[in-house]
Design a protein around this ligand. Sequence first.
Ligand code: ADP
Ligand code: MG
Length: 697
Amino acid sequence: MNNFFNPKSIAVIGASRSPGKVGYDILRNIIQYGYEGSVYPVNPGATEILGKKSYPSLLDIPGQIDLAVVVVPSKNVIEVIEQCGVRKINAAIVISAGFKESGLEGARLENEMVRKAREAGVRFIGPNCLGVIDTHSKLNASFAAGMPAKGGIGFFSQSGALCLAVLDRALPDEIGFSKFISMGNKSDITDTDIMLALAEDDNTRVILGYIEGLTDGRRFMEVASEVSKKKPLIILKSGITSSGAKAASSHTGALAGREAAFSSAFKQSGVIRAHTLNELFNYALAFSNQPLPRGPNVAIITNSGGPGILAADACDKSDLQLIPLYKDVVDELRSFLPPVASFYNPIDIMGDSGADRYEKAINTVLKDERINAVLVLLTPTAVVDVEATATAIASLSRLTDRPVLTSFMGKQSVEAAARLLMKNNVPNYSYPEEAVSSLNAMYRYRVWISRPEKTYPKPVGSKEEAAHIFAKAREESRQRLSDSEVHDVLHAYGFSQPKGLFARTSEEAVAAAKGIGYPVVMKIVSPQIVHKSDMGGVRVNLQGKKDVENAFFDITTRVRNLIPAAHIYGVMIQEMIYGGKEVIVGITKDPQFGHMIMFGLGGIYVEVLKDISFRITPLSQEDAHEMMRETKTFPLLRGVRGEAEADIEAIERSLLTLSQMAADFPEILEADINPLLVRKRGEGVVAVDARFTIGGE
Ligand code: ADP
Ligand code: MG
């Protein structure tokens, strides 16, 4: 990738003499921002552009060329790529538009270009992009208006417009970037190539990305996991909708959307997810300027109550903690703060505070070594010297190895101070909540890099025992496994299931119930019926012969009335399981990331509550542990109001078993066990109802 960022010579193919044309702006940017290598404009109609000798074609340029910047019309790009091959130029930036983004013909051209580039040994960024900026080699091979300051943020973006917006926002505050890469259509060089390059780049401390779509989700996760261990990787992903709910034949399929896949992928690979552009920027400021906090404890110092409370509320919703300070630290604060001040965290040093009081308060708070980060809030009261306070904070921040973030609130009266803080690597935010969420992102990243390697349990279950079932369904081109096949697959993987007997008539049902032992459950068995209770096809807690006879009559008549075409095989008589809590566990398949495992609480209410969590396979022990705790209803499993705790470890094992099953049978499209009845701790789980959909592969 070196030739993209630090080339010794550049050719601009399609350079123009007309200001305002992209081919002009790029050449001008390269020259204007101090690029030190050789620059060769290529334009058959010109002899000289912007003081540089122009050449009719790439082939006419004497000497070595490291990087080709291509600005010619799309129909001519392939020819230029071929010439790059002839000239042994292995790096190109294709600015030209008119490819995939413009329709079928453009997509065809783009595919052809990729093929030609491979043949010619040329790697390229784009097409349809804004270009590349490297502040450290003073290269601005883009048509952006302006050059960012030198700094530690490496930014890549699928959208060129977004590059422009970020640049424009960065310029006035002189926020420093190492590299700026507009990716365009990403038809050759992709996000993962750039992430790897930025991870290796000594000038880049923080990697920032804007992504709309990915072609290879698994590869992304692999690279992101590697990169995020070295540097913070902050990504804004747009275009997430929950329209992934297609084959709604199972609960899992209906509940999983693209959003679930991406957020799991990010979580599992240590990506710091920004949800808005503002957040992306805020996080970048914190990560690129301040050290990571070593723990969650934060001290808030403020000159007014309201903002202190807002910040405290925000901390409360985050992983950060506001701990009370040591007594001797509080005593010291008392010695110089007015008696009406608040000495507990948040520490309110009052509206009449000047720079010296801020300085003393921060210094004192830092004496409590349990405090991992300091958040300084300032409301521009009439008495406070805003700039002097900023100066004081800036020098204190330089002396401590703990992160200091500020929120000088307002705009006009704090503008100069905010700039001063930023210049001194103290990120300043307009609102306290933004400072808190940025600090929280830093803390979470700290936790990520210091966590132990994930552990993957040994394979469980008997793949061999289940294989013939899947094979048979495939041979018969069936998408769904039958109830008895589902039973056998679950059995092969060690799931407990209620005792059950199939019955075709009322008499058989009574005999089956007697065999199993009362009370029993009766369920309709019909290949046309997916959700049995929706059709009135399930009766629980049948206590005797009469109950069974009535239930048989009711169920079969009701189903016959509701779906006259349904083929009713008979009913299943099942042992009734008492006292379990209902959870749902399942497998689903995302087009980009492949199999995901789902967990949720609530049995038949799961589709209403939507309180579910996902992880992409293979599931680690930690994934299984965390995904349960991510749901809001998890505390119900712990037991509320004196209830016994449910067997959480058994659920964890079930999740891991499903992950193994998904690995063993790639053809599983969807599977869910709903409900998985969870008994008391140590008593295990029972798979009461399940379905499997297979296809593809
Ligand atoms: P479906 O999901 O097709 O409607 P289920 O077999 O899941 O059918 O049954 C619906 C509900 O009935 C379950 O969520 C559970 O609450 C209850 N149920 C079913 N079978 C049993 C059983 N063997 N023991 C206890 N409760 C059961
Ligand atoms: Mg069910």
